[in-house]
Design a protein around this ligand. Structure first.
Ligand code: ADP
Length: 642
């Protein structure tokens, strides 16, 4: 081909363009991170080459030692970051540096507000990557040659980070990638060797390959021997400036919090610090090291089914793959980190991972480890845990349905609002609920409603308030579904207070029971009349003792689908008929007493109709015939005025 020196100019993909623009403008206050991203990419490139070389050793040619080298020219304001990793061919350069491959990018961009401060946080969640080079550069050049390709098959990519980039064929004697930054005037300080060294050290210590920089001159050398200094400038001497040891292989005692935090940013491409981590070196039947992190913030694609998730997998310190999702269940998909196994084969593939019993054992151990880390965080720092819960609580709620074996553990991590936390929004967990239970209480009571407000004003709570029994208030869309998988906790049954007949167990006293039996007999006729009026609208009409202030309420049959669940299914396109409610009347309410003695059948019908509709409204149900409700109400109001 004669494409050799033809320079082609191509436009960035729209999304890449938008992202670039945003990044340059919103990350201004944290410019030095560009170096972290470039070193991170170089180290990934080395990891990938080492992996490829397992099956194709020839790729390493005569230079099997993988490294990163950083050079600078403070006068010209130029920095270059070179690696001898996997490199890229032309098609890869176009696809990796000209487009953004992440799914959901367009949606992400739509969520941005234009407010720089807010957006810079969001962009952190998205991950900044290579484009961060443009925060400090007027122009960026990438000269790269894929391992295995010939010298003259290299590619030179150039861009000023605006609308387009150019790409041309080039020659490069060594495989790998050199990224050269021509710094903006206001960013030339980064090309000062001293400054640069400081930043490199900060970001590169945990990287497993050596990062080389030109040897720093000692002050004596500078003064005493001019000739020597000159010689050194023609024949540069390099030294390794980082520790060059994979962080997770170092003993825990030796590692500082800051090192863990930096490493997190490298593996997760997250801009923010992690909330918590857990580092474990496991020996015995299985040998592996894991380093799991809980991010501070949910990534933009947490709810995207196709989003990449999982841990970075290493086998005997060799990088194998990103996003190995087999090591943690889906409801822990927010956990980031690495796992390094001594038992998995080096030539493992995703397909093999799925079937490997070693992976199964590791998965169950890592799941326990992750849950344990959350449990510890909950105990140790409730403020941090509240932060975690806000970001990831919804995902964790998928746990009991997905992971039967750890149901109890996951349940212990859930947070709820309860009637005991009214006023302040301090959430409580099931453990706290259970330890605050009265001696005679043998169940955990909960109520599901459309909103917190609807839950708080629900008539079902009346008797519980009167008796001072705590009730968990659930109003999240998935709560009813979740509770379908949680029948008990700590040996105590979880009871929906709007489902079935009220059963307070030992909390009810005998005298009350006897009195209730008597009333039930007396009001039998009233119940039959009410059922005749309501007909098909209800399953049953019965008396209840769960109310103290309201005249009536609706209950759900023991095995019927609740309203929330029905709404979820309807929203997902499934046609689910509403289950018929049970209409319950409060025999102690004056209105109910009046009703019993109402001889006028039409008036009786109106009153029952209104009570029924009101009870439905209190449950957040829609009325079958709102017009009829208003007509009846107006008729009754008019009577009042006469
Ligand atoms: P990320 O690293 O999050 O995937 P980047 O924007 O930093 O995103 O980089 C995009 C892609 O470009 C990388 O996934 C990688 O395939 C490629 N790339 C970047 N830098 C290098 C490099 N030094 N060597 C080889 N490939 C690279």
């Amino acid at each position: 081909m004669t494409a050799k020196n033809k320079v082609e100019t191509r436009g960035f993909e729209t999304e890449a363009k938008q992202l670039l623009h945003l990044m340059i403008h919103s990350l201004y206050s944290n410019r030095e991170i560009f170096l972290r991203e470039l070193i991170s990419n170089a180290s990934d490139a080395a990891d990938k080459l080492r992996f490829e070389a397992l099956s194709t050793p020839g790729l390493l040619e005569a230079t099997p030692e993988l490294k990163v080298q950083i050079d600078c020219d403070s006068e010209k304001g130029v920095i270059s970051v070179s690696d001898n990793g996997i490199g890229m061919n032309r098609a890869e350069v176009i696809s990796h540096l000209g487009t953004i491959a992440k799914s959901g990018t367009a949606n992400f961009l739509e969520t941005l507000s234009g407010d720089q401060q807010k957006d810079s946080q969001l962009i952190g969640q998205f991950g900044v990557g290579f484009y961060s080079a443009f925060i400090v550069s007027d122009e960026v050049e990438v000269l790269t040659r894929k391992a295995g390709d010939k010298e003259d098959q290299a590619v030179l990519w150039k861009s000023s980070g605006e609308a387009d980039y150019s790409i041309e064929a080039a020659v490069k004697p060594e495989r790998g990638t050199t990224v050269t930054l021509h710094l903006k005037k206001e960013a030339v300080e980064f090309a000062e060797p001293y400054r640069l060294r400081g930043i490199v050290k900060k970001y590169a210590d945990h990287i497993s390959i050596p990062v080389l920089m030109e040897k720093a001159e000692t002050p004596q050398e500078q003064e005493s021997d001019g000739e020597k200094a000159e010689a050194a400038s023609t024949e540069k001497e390099y030294e390794t400036v980082n520790m060059a040891k994979a962080l997770w292989t170092r003993p825990r005692k030796e590692l500082k919090a800051d090192e863990y935090k930096e490493f997190y940013k490298h593996v997760s491409h997250d801009f923010e610090e992690p909330l918590e981590w857990s580092h474990n070196q496991v020996e015995g039947k299985l040998e592996y090291t894991s380093l799991l992190y809980v991010p501070s913030r949910a990534p933009f694609d947490l709810w995207n089914r196709d989003a990449a998730r999982g841990l970075k997998l290493y086998v005997q310190r060799v990088f194998i793959m990103d996003d190995a999702e087999q090591f943690l269940p889906l409801y822990l998909r927010f956990i980031k980190g690495i796992v390094d196994s001594n038992d998995i084969s080096l030539n493992v593939s995703r397909e093999i991972l799925q079937k490997d019993p070693v992976v199964d054992s590791m998965r169950s151990a890592l799941t326990k480890r992750a849950l344990g880390m959350l449990q510890k965080l909950r105990k140790k720092d409730s403020e941090k845990y509240t932060e975690f819960w806000k970001e990831f609580g919804q995902v964790l709620k998928e746990g009991p349905a997905e992971d039967f074996a750890n149901k109890e553990k996951v349940a212990g991590l859930l947070q709820f609002t309860t009637t005991a936390s009214e006023g302040d929004e301090q959430d409580r967990g099931l453990t706290e609920y259970v330890s605050a239970m009265a001696e005679d209480q043998d169940k955990i009571y909960f109520l599901v409603a459309d909103s917190l407000k609807a839950a708080r004003t629900s008539p079902h709570l009346e008797i519980f308030r009167k008796k001072g029994i705590e009730v968990i208030l659930m109003y999240d869309r998935i709560d009813e579904w979740l509770m379908g998988y949680l029948q008990d906790f700590d040996g105590k049954q979880l009871q929906d207070i709007a489902r079935g007949e009220l059963d307070l167990g030992k909390l009810e006293n005998k005298e009350d029971k006897a009195k209730q039996k008597k009333v039930e007999k007396e009001l039998k006729g009233l119940l039959e009349r009410a059922k005749d009026v309501l007909g098909d609208k209800v399953q049953e009409v019965r008396l209840t003792h769960r109310l103290t202030d309201s005249p009536a309420c609706l209950a759900v049959g023991e095995h019927d689908m609740g309203e929330q669940m029905r709404k979820i299914m309807q929203a997902s396109g499934q046609e689910v008929p509403a289950s018929k409610p049970i209409f319950e009347l409060n025999p102690d309410h004056p209105l109910v007493e009046k009703l019993d003695s109402e001889a006028d059948e039409e008036r009786f019908g109106d009153l029952i109709g209104v009570l029924f509709d009101q009870a439905a409204l209190a449950e957040g149900r829609e009325l079958d015939d709102p017009g009829e409700y208003s007509r009846r109400m107006n008729k009754l109001l008019l009577e009042l005025c006469q």
